[in-house]
Design a protein around this ligand. Structure first.
Ligand SMILES: Cc1ncc(COP(=O)(O)O)c(C=O)c1O
Length: 371
């Protein structure tokens, strides 16, 4: 009998994959967590040129090329009003590796990690892999996370809490006041706030602010994946204090060495080139969100208005998700994102309006069938 580590035995393959596998080949897929836009041309070209020149044949510095880290620092100055030293940036294999090294570097055996429930599936899994203990907290009715609930969940054993805004799977955006509170809680309780901002540029209502604007005890996780439709490129990053970066670099150095060099060149171009592609994508998502919300409303499904990302999370009757999938539309059951996601479904609207309307017709029939 093979023996496996206790840590890995606590983690299973994501429930989202199982849904995809259950769906037919010609199903409409509203389960995907990636934009349906091409990667910007200037990013693709920068990678091709770097490959052809031979610049990508070797390891880069562990943290990533200085030019990329400068582009990341400039992005934070432009979009978040944050003063980031390029020395305090590590380019990673997507936001996923960024979350991984942040938790590995800060969570000791048995320490607790607080995170939103429903929340992005990696928070629980990566907590287990780091030897930590997951502490999910339920959300408010509008699907944002209440700082008071986070503060109440903190104990002497808490190493970190995760804030994700705009959020997957809810599309909820935390208010600037909430972000200020998260920063205060991190400072006052001396626990790390990991702020997952991979959807930070995809906001329709309200504004995205980073807790890093308001306090010191924050590590920001970000990526090109969603902003520039570059999920396949695998390029994200972490920023934080010099001390924290030095510890995360110890992990990154041994698990990754450096982020893929072609992706680094592509990311540098995406971050420092024209940003109108991002505005156009956000505009398209905003229009689709309205179409989806209208449709769900017409069916009588109560849906907190998502203010960012490209997901909506309606409350759905029993049997709704299975009925919708059986009729050929893939959506993800809310409990794939935590216990408190039960009774909800996550709908991704990273598809064109015509496809979305077709899916809404099918959802309408499914709703009538289960009522
Ligand atoms: C909230 C959140 N954080 C991080 C990630 C990881 O993104 P990446 O593809 O850059 O690894 C995702 C991907 O879906 C996500 O939804």
């Amino acid at each position: 009998m093979p023996r496996f580590s206790d840590r890995v035995e606590q983690v299973s393959i994501s429930g989202i994959r199982e849904v995809f596998e259950a769906a037919g080949a010609d199903a409409i897929n509203l389960g995907l967590g990636q934009p349906d836009f091409p990667t910007p041309d200037n990013a693709r070209r920068a990678a091709i040129e770097a490959i052809e020149s031979g610049a990508t044949d070797a390891y880069t510095s562990n943290k990533g090329t200085l030019e990329l880290r400068e582009a990341i620092a400039a992005k934070h100055a432009r979009d978040n009003d944050l003063d980031v030293d390029p020395e305090n940036v590590i380019a990673t294999a997507g936001g996923s590796e960024a979350l991984h090294i942040a938790l590995e570097a800060h969570v000791s055996q048995g320490e607790e990690v607080v995170y939103p429930d429903p929340g992005f599936v990696s928070y629980e899994a990566l907590t287990h892999l780091a030897g930590g203990t997951p502490k999910p907290v339920a959300l408010r009715d509008d699907l944002t996370m209440d700082p008071a609930d986070v503060e109440a969940a903190i104990t002497d054993d808490t190493a970190a809490f995760v804030v994700n805004s705009p959020a997957n799977p809810t599309g909820a955006v935390q208010s600037p006041d909430d972000m200020r509170e998260f920063a205060r809680i991190a400072d006052e309780h001396d626990v790390l706030c990991i702020s997952d901002e991979v959807y930070g540029q995809i906001v329709f209502d309200g504004e995205h602010r980073s807790p890093a604007e308001f306090g010191e005890n924050v590590v920001v996780v970000d990526a090109c994946s969603k902003t520039y439709s570059m999920t396949g490129w695998r390029l994200g990053w972490v920023t934080g204090s010099h001390e924290r970066i030095e510890r995360m670099l110890r992990v990154h150095q041994y698990v990754q060495a450096c982020a893929s060099a072609p992706a680094q060149f592509a990311a540098e171009a995406a971050l420092s080139g024209p940003q109108d592609v991002v505005d156009e994508m956000v505009q398209a998502f905003s229009e689709r969100r309205d179409v989806l919300l209208d449709g769900l409303n017409d069916m009588g499904l109560e849906t907190p208005t998502p203010k960012g990302a490209f997901y909506a999370m309606p409350r759905v009757p029993d049997g709704w998700v299975d009925e919708v999938i059986d009729r050929g539309v893939v959506v993800v059951p809310g409990d794939a994102f935590g216990e408190h996601g039960a009774g909800h479904a996550r709908i991704s609207y990273a598809v064109n309006v015509e496809t979305l309307k077709e899916a809404l017709d099918i959802m309408d029939e499914a709703t009538a069938a289960v009522r």
